[in-house]
Design a protein around this ligand. Sequence first.
Ligand code: NAP
Length: 247
Amino acid sequence: MDSLNRVAIITGGAVGIGRAIAIELAKEGCDIVINYNTSAEKALTLVEEIEKYGRHAIAVQADVGNFEDAKRLVQAAIDQFGGINILVNNAGIVADNLMLRMTEEQFDKVINTNLKGVWNMSKHALKYLLKANQGRIINITSVSGIMGNAGQTNYSAAKAGVIGLTKALAREIASRGVTVNAVAPGFIETSMTASLPTETVESWKQDIPLKRFGSVEEIAQSVAFLASEKAAYITGHVLTVDGGIVM
Ligand code: NAP
């Protein structure tokens, strides 16, 4: 596989979509830096699982919204593996509320993690990606950042911001062989959606042309495609993986 012996950092890689991305890229031959914020045990279990695929992995605690933490995370990847080829900015949080009730803290926290976290990580990883001359940055945004979603003025703004950042950075570094793309998931089966009432889930599914939620593996496979040589001519693109919600 063309990604053999490449090094990938996945932020928020211990659980959910990030975990599926870490496994998929390991299967494709990458060594993996799993970043976690609070899920230390799950990150360590995943390190062991990735080693079963014959690849190396490390787990590094860092809050991506913190500039110095992001720098330390990138440095840990360099110290361990000597370079970085793929950065997947997956870490994200929600703090939903209608604007009338949303606090300034809820707004700032979501922007800081979901948008500034992407900037922090890209900023620190950039010189190493450019050095490798064949890098990939893949940002996990959301259909909420394209369509807007009531109750998510903070999240939709952050995810729309990630799309703008993706396109601006793609233009900045295209000539250096590094592509920058985004994946915008729709409704994905995660622990969050599993806890929703059946009637809510069924009514949401009716609005999805493919009439089902996506799986974390379907997001991971899209990321693996964008990380591969097959996607060498794609940059500044937002790939919706959403069962057709956005069209
Ligand atoms: P999740 O299960 O809640 O996982 C969130 C991940 O983000 C966790 O790994 C968490 O790490 C990490 N994280 C949160 N704050 C962090 C911080 N400050 N620094 C570092 N890591 C941090 O969510 P998910 O559903 O897998 O979502 C992953 C990405 O997909 C997010 O960007 C989300 O917005 C996006 N997305 C999800 C859906 C969906 O339906 N699930 C739809 C559209 C977009 P710890 O557990 O270690 O704290």
